[in-house]
Design a protein around this ligand. Structure first.
Ligand code: ATP
Ligand code: MG
Length: 558
């Protein structure tokens, strides 16, 4: 059983067995992102898994930038990755590592393979190489450069490193087996020429190691015991092991694969997320609709909810798709338990309580949270003029509608019962205010005449409230599988994923909100200040999530 009482997942069982059998004395994992984009919900799963395993079994987890492809990488991403890992609640062991820290060692080991007759410089072009590689059903052919002497290979590789060849002119390849059933073993490329400046090593190198060559050796250098990756790398494991067996590495890490996290209505590919950013479909990597960790943070999701979600989704060896409703459920659970309550009228309608004295005001109190004594009580000023939501009044309505119509009563939450009288309109017929009366002595009591209201609505006082903007988000994609079946994911974008409401009216206590505070706006959902657009002069609240799932219901008839 895990600490939270669920059965152990298969990786936890492996680590536990390896510790019990003495195969390892301490578990060591790593999270190895490539700094070519911001981390997304799928990476959160890998972070939770790698850091969680280390944490739960008394080990360590490294953060390693897998930075072997300088053309697509950037220091901005390196920094964002660190922020996101820490925000999720994890700390790596020691300093941040970079695969590029090991370029000297990897180069030495490449020479070692050449000297052992296990690597050669090949002049085939990329297209020719592909042609020679064969297919799943057809063996490959040996490269005509495969039998170069050790001396010639050493000299050519040195020239590659010295920048004497153009990009694509040649590559260093392992000499394994061109007829291996596993195509990854058909003389894979170890080094390519790339005349690009690197964000860590500058212009020191013009040859860069392949992922396959760099990854396992980096694991070995760091003493990683369990190198966890997603299932698509299962076919690379024989190559991973080949390098570890051939080279004088200081440790023998093992690779384990688990199924990647896929979430419906969501795209989890850095390349596609980058396209959304670069082509301005969204407002940056941290747009609150993005499934990036930075976006989810700005949206107001909590680290705990994300960790809980990863746990709920489970760790398996078969690919599947998790419903986004599971994530939304995890967020609601956390926010319901931990968010103070507040009232905020999103689409205000002014109500004049014609029988309430013009000069009079009162202050009611309300609990900070219905189940939490540790949250301070709220003060709710009240007066003759208040705001309610436009949705809570209709001139006429069917039987299902329990809120205000002329002559009908509702209770104002934490205050009086009121009764609607008449809608006031401008000369084009729009309702601009409502005349109503309040029923005396109904604060915390039913009306003396026995006519009880059938609904409770939220409100704020016209003389004491804060004005704010509210941003309502919906799913970024309207299609359940925007990333599947050869669809163009851009065509699946939900055109109504952002609605901006101006002139919303919040209760006074919201003026104290900080960027860390999440509130339940009663009857509306959970909200947090937007870290980019909010200011003291103009608070902007993001809706983290609604109170309940309305997505599927919206599709059904009333
Ligand atoms: P993408 O497909 O979005 O470009 P990637 O695998 O190329 O992702 P990396 O930066 O290489 O991105 O990933 C770092 C780590 O996160 C890897 O170990 C990878 O296996 C893991 N990872 C990436 N996506 C997922 C996912 N959807 N579910 C679980 N783990 C993931
Ligand atoms: Mg990758």
């Amino acid at each position: 059983m895990s600490e939270t009482g669920r059965p152990l997942n298969f990786l936890e069982r492996i680590v536990q067995e390896d510790l019990e059998s003495g195969k390892i004395t301490r578990v060591k994992t790593r999270f190895p992102p490539e700094p070519n984009g911001y981390l997304h919900i799928g990476h959160a799963k890998s972070i939770w898994l790698n850091f969680g395993l280390a944490q739960n079994y008394g080990g360590e987890c490294n953060l390693r930038m897998d930075d072997t492809n300088p053309a697509k990488e950037d220091e901005e991403y390196v920094e964002a990755i660190q922020r996101d890992v820490q925000w999720l609640g994890y700390q790596w062991a020691g300093k941040v590592r970079y695969a590029s820290d090991y370029f000297d060692q990897l180069y030495e080991w490449a020479l070692y393979l050449i000297r052992a007759g296990k690597a050669y410089v090949c002049d085939l072009s990329a297209d020719e190489m592909r042609e020679y590689r064969g297919t799943l059903t057809e063996a490959g052919k040996n490269s005509p450069y495969r039998e170069r002497s050790v001396e010639e290979n050493l000299a050519l590789f040195e020239k590659m490193r010295a920048g004497e060849f153009e990009e694509g002119k040649c590559a260093l390849r392992a000499k394994i087996d061109m007829s291996a059933p596993n195509i990854n073993l058909r003389d894979p490329v170890l080094y390519r020429i790339k005349k690009a400046s690197h964000h860590q090593t500058g212009d020191k190198w013009c040859i860069y190691p392949s992922y396959d060559y760099a990854h396992g050796q980096s694991d070995a250098i760091e003493g990683i015991t369990h190198s966890i990756c997603t299932l698509e790398f299962a076919d690379h494991r024989p190559l991973y092991d080949w390098f570890i067996n051939q080279l004088p590495v200081p440790a023998e890490p093992h690779q384990y694969e688990f199924s990647r996290l896929n979430v419906n209505y969501t795209v989890t590919s850095k390349r596609k997320l980058k396209q959304l950013v670069d082509e301005n479909y969204v407002d940056g990597w941290d747009d609150p609709r993005m499934p990036t960790i930075a976006g989810m943070r700005r949206r107001g999701f909590t680290p705990k909810a994300l960790r809980d979600f990863c746990e709920m989704a489970g760790v398996t060896k078969t690919d599947g798709v998790v419903e986004i409703g599971v994530l939304e459920h995890a967020i609601r659970e956390d926010l319901n338990a931990n968010s103070p309550r507040a009232m905020c009228v999103l689409r205000p309608l002014k109500v004049i309580l014609t029988n309430y004295p013009a000069e009079k005001t009162e202050v009611f109190t309300a609990p900070g949270h219905p189940q939490r004594d540790d949250m301070p009580e709220r003060q709710l000023p009240f007066g003759r003029e208040i705001y309610i939501d436009q949705e809570d009044f209709r001139e006429s309505a069917n039987k299902q509608y329990k809120r205000l119509i002329p002559g009908r009563r509702v209770r104002l939450r934490n205050a009086y019962v009121i009764e609607a009288q008449e809608a006031i309109k401008d000369n084009t017929g729009n309702i601009i205010a409502l005349h109503a009366t309040y029923i005396e002595d109904t604060h915390g009591k039913d009306p003396a005449d026995g006519i009880k209201p059938k609904a409770v609505i939220h409100w704020v006082a016209a003389h004491a409230h804060i004005d704010c903007e509210v941003r309502l988000y919906d799913r970024l994609f309207a299609d359940v599988a925007p990333d599947a079946g050869g669809k163009n994911f851009l065509e699946c974008i939900n055109p109504n994923s952002l609605e901006i409401l101006q002139g919303c009216k919040g209760e006074m206590g919201l003026s104290k909100a900080t960027l860390e505070d999440r509130y339940q706006f009663e009857r509306e959902g959970y909200f947090i200040l937007d870290a980019r657009y909010s200011s003291v002069d103009k608070p902007v609240f993001n809706r983290v999530i609604g109170l309940r799932d309305t997505w599927d219901k919206a599709a059904q008839p009333d």
